[in-house]
Design a protein around this ligand. Structure first.
Ligand code: MG
Ligand code: MG
Length: 290
């Protein structure tokens, strides 16, 4: 989400933690969100299958849009004022919010794709990073490791959510996983969020330790967990296109995200085709489908 949106969320998270300002979703609503989550996953899978040297990020955007529209959904990024694409595509020193363009992918690029679909009024939001295939050296190994650590931290966060009393436990688990994985920076200005009728809702989901416990984790809470990490310093700037978030030191960015529902019987990863079975296995947690 944008700096303004995330700072609003941060402010509200601090000022209204005692009063719930977001909707807890019913079983029926979570099932609808699963439909949106699966369509988001399908769009990302189709994009992933097309990633190779020589392809432009605009071509990837078209694949995602076609997948979502033919699946009966709306690309919800296009509902964000001033944004006209279906995905964000961020390459190397770009971390998030890269605008699809005629930029051509090169072997070894670290590419992050973020995408979301709205179906029947309910939203999904998910992202992955990937090293563009075709090059194998020290740099690509480091990029792959950075992506793996970021992905692992999403699952650590989801595993924490499954047992958490308060939402801040998610950020602690994410930060601990990332710190254990290497000397990476965690973006602090950009955070995860509640999701439902809108792609971006309260509450804010921090990717790091915060003093405030945050809202109670209870059935019906639906959140998008999305750590963004850098290979060096965590400081960023927004490019002259007003969207793309870039590292100041030129280091690489990685970004992974899943939308997750908490319900009476457990957690369900709405944007993972298997509901989170594989990702949560190392943590001894079995997600529960509704
Ligand atoms: Mg996203
Ligand atoms: Mg998001």
């Amino acid at each position: 989400m944008s700096p303004r949106e995330s700072s609003n969320l941060l402010r509200r998270a601090v000022s209204t933690q005692m009063r719930k300002k977001y909707e807890l979703k019913t079983t029926e609503q979570i099932r609808k969100m699963r439909v949106a989550g699966l369509l988001t996953a399908k769009a990302l899978a189709n994009v992933k299958a097309a990633i190779k040297p020589g392809v432009t990020t605009l071509e990837l955007d078209q694949i995602a849009e076609k997948t979502i529209r033919s699946g009966g959904g709306i690309p919800n990024f296009q509902l964000v004022p001033g944004y006209y694409h279906t995905i964000c595509a961020s390459i190397n020193s770009e971390i998030v919010h890269g605008i699809p363009s005629n930029k051509v992918l090169q072997a070894g690029d670290l590419l992050s794709i973020d995408c979301g679909a709205e179906v029947d009024g309910w939203n999904g939001d998910s992202a992955f990073s990937i090293v563009v295939p075709g090059l194998d050296n020290e740099l690509t190994a480091a990029r792959q490791k950075q992506s793996d650590v970021c992905e692992g931290s999403v699952w650590a966060g989801i595993a924490a959510l499954a047992k958490a009393k308060h939402l801040n436990e998610v950020g602690i688990a994410i930060e601990e996983h990332i710190s254990a994985g290497g000397n990476y920076g965690i973006l602090e200005q950009y955070v995860g969020h509640g999701i439902g009728r809108s792609m971006h809702e309260d509450p804010a989901v921090f990717n790091y330790r915060v003093r405030d416990k945050g809202p109670k984790v209870e059935a019906g809470l639906c959140v998008a967990i999305e750590p963004m990490i850098t290979s060096g310093d965590q400081r960023t700037f927004v490019d002259s296109d007003d969207w793309t978030v870039v590292t100041k030191d030129g280091g690489d960015g990685a970004h992974w995200e899943h939308s997750v529902a908490v319900h009476e019987k457990g957690v369900w990863v709405l944007t993972a085709v298997d509901g989170g079975v594989e990702g949560l296995r190392p943590f001894g947690i079995t997600p529960v489908a509704l």
